[in-house]
Every structure is written in structure tokens, then in C-alpha cells.
Design a protein around this ligand. Structure first.
Ligand code: SF4
Ligand code: SF4
Length: 86
């Protein structure tokens, strides 16, 4: 099960998570043009290896394993995946 970025990232976008991801599956990074235009960052569920490194460094506890996403934020499972389905 991949990890998922949820609501607390919105308007936070601290950028800590992608710096520690070993497989570069969190986008957009701050050095990508799209960064300024997105409300939050997203994890590619097809690439995430479920290491948990991102969740450990998030200052606002926005990142959860998919099975542990709180009910009120379940829609973010699809929001993260949809970012990579364009
Ligand atoms: S570390 Fe948390 S708040 Fe910062 S960009 Fe990643 S998910 Fe968003
Ligand atoms: S759990 Fe690991 S592989 Fe998945 S997004 Fe976070 S840092 Fe990257």
C-alpha cells in the first residue's frame, strides 16, 4: 500500500518529503515549474515503495500509509493517484 499526502499539506508545502524519498515519487518538487500552481504535493502510488521516510519528516503530519488515512481524508487517496494519470 502506498503512502498518501492529505489535507494538512495544503498551503504548507514545506518541501521536506521529496528530499528524503529514495525513489523520487513525490511531485512536484520545488525545482519543478508546477510547484507554484498546485495546492499540495502528491505521491505516485505506482512508484512508492512504502518506506515511510516522507511521513517521518512531514512537519504537519500530512502523510499516511493508504490503509491508515483518516476517514475524513480518504478522498486524498484518489487525489494523489489522479495527479499521475494525466
Ligand atoms: S513534508 Fe508534509 S507539508 Fe511538506 S510538502 Fe511534504 S506532505 Fe506537504
Ligand atoms: S513512503 Fe518512501 S517511497 Fe513512498 S513516497 Fe514516502 S519516501 Fe517516497
Amino acid at each position: 500500500m502506498p503512502f498518501v499526502i492529505t489535507e494538512p499539506c495544503i498551503n504548507t508545502k514545506s518541501g521536506d518529503c521529496f528530499q528524503v524519498c529514495p525513489v523520487d515519487c513525490i511531485h512536484p518538487r520545488k525545482d519543478e515549474a508546477e510547484f507554484a500552481n498546485v495546492p499540495q504535493l502528491y505521491i505516485d502510488p505506482a512508484t512508492c515503495i512504502n518506506c515511510g521516510a516522507c511521513a517521518a519528516v512531514c512537519p504537519v503530519q500530512a502523510i499516511f500509509p493508504e490503509e491508515d488515512v483518516p476517514d475524513k481524508w480518504k478522498q486524498y487517496i484518489q487525489t494523489n493517484a489522479a495527479h499521475y494519470q494525466k
